[in-house]
Design a protein around this ligand. Structure first.
Ligand SMILES: CCCCCCCC/C=C\C=C\CC(=O)SCCNC(=O)CCNC(=O)[C@H](O)C(C)(C)COP(=O)(O)OP(=O)(O)OC[C@H]1O[C@@H](n2cnc3c(N)ncnc32)[C@H](O)[C@@H]1OP(=O)(O)O
Length: 244
């Protein structure tokens, strides 16, 4: 099991992304490990997505390093040879949702206050093509398009209805259910499951691998624009105001 632990809200900072990638690599290289459940040890939050402070007021070099780390974590989770189950035990916007979407199966705590979705548009930013492709592969083109254009965050019941999560279970049963799903998936021979997963996911993975440097350049150009920086600053202020 891998538990995201970066209070208060599990923002995906460069440090957390780097630790996450190293942990995944260790598991991937351990032949005895055939599956991983990804969850959070922060109450009510799975992950608040990419750490917005990493994308505000920093240098081009920093944005480059940060985006490479974001790409890396997606590539590792999405193309993992292990069975990956997301036990979504709290809200999961944007980058947090991407991690869940990149797993093989998603189980979410049945709490209507928890929400999940790719809400980038609400921040005035655009989800990159590989976020979009991952989303489309889970919910289909129409639902993904509407949800992305509106930057929707879906409540747990709504997310289940849309197919964004596979199952809802009472909060106290979440880990038990995740373990049961893992056992079901691990009952199959690894090679057949792994080849099938690769067949389904390879075109999307290959697309980023082929355009990785271009994608970094696009991100750095986009995020460095003063209008985008202003949107991000306003969003952070809104989060702080909402709190007080
Ligand atoms: C032309 C094509 C080019 C393509 C270019 C591609 C460009 C793509 C660029 C970027 C993609 C980004 C994807 C992302 O992941 S962006 C992050 C989106 N995340 C969110 O919108 C979530 C925001 N947070 C919340 O909604 C809430 O915090 C929530 C997670 C629901 C938790 O709520 P609550 O428990 O009430 O906690 P607080 O709101 O009080 O937050 C506690 C403190 O944490 C700070 N915070 C929250 N989220 C983040 C974050 N993502 N990054 C950094 N900091 C965050 C919040 O401000 C509070 O701070 P403080 O205590 O100092 O007030």
């Amino acid at each position: 099991m891998m538990k995201l632990k970066s209070p208060p809200v599990n923002s995906l900072s460069l440090e957390l992304l780097t630790e996450f990638a190293i942990s995944l690599e260790k598991l991937e290289n351990n032949r005895a490990c055939r599956g991983v459940i990804i969850t959070s040890s922060v109450p009510k939050i799975f992950s608040s997505g990419l750490d917005i402070t990493e994308m505000c007021g920093k240098s081009m070099e920093h944005y480059t390093e940060f985006w490479r780390a974001v790409q890396e974590i997606w590539l590792r989770v999405y193309s993992s040879s292990m069975v990956t189950v997301a036990a979504v035990n709290g809200s999961s916007p944007a980058g947090g949702c991407l991690i869940a979407l990149s797993c093989d199966y998603r189980i979410m705590a049945e709490n209507p206050k928890f929400s999940i979705g790719l809400n980038e548009a609400q921040l005035g930013i655009v989800a990159p093509f590989w976020f979009k492709d991952t989303f489309v592969n889970v919910v289909g083109h129409r639902i993904a398009e509407r949800s992305l254009q509106l930057g929707s965050l879906h409540s747990a019941p709504e997310a289940h209805k849309l197919g964004l999560v596979d199952e809802l279970v009472p909060e106290e049963k979440l880990m038990e259910k995740a373990a049961a799903v893992m056992a079901q998936w691990l009952a199959l021979p690894d090679h057949a499951r792994q080849l099938t997963k690769t067949m389904m996911r390879k075109p999307v993975v290959d697309r980023l691998v082929a355009h990785r440097e271009e994608d970094i350049k696009n991100f750095v150009t986009f995020i460095s624009k003063e209008s985008i920086q202003k949107s991000l600053r306003m969003y952070m202020e809104m989060l702080k105001k909402r709190k007080s």
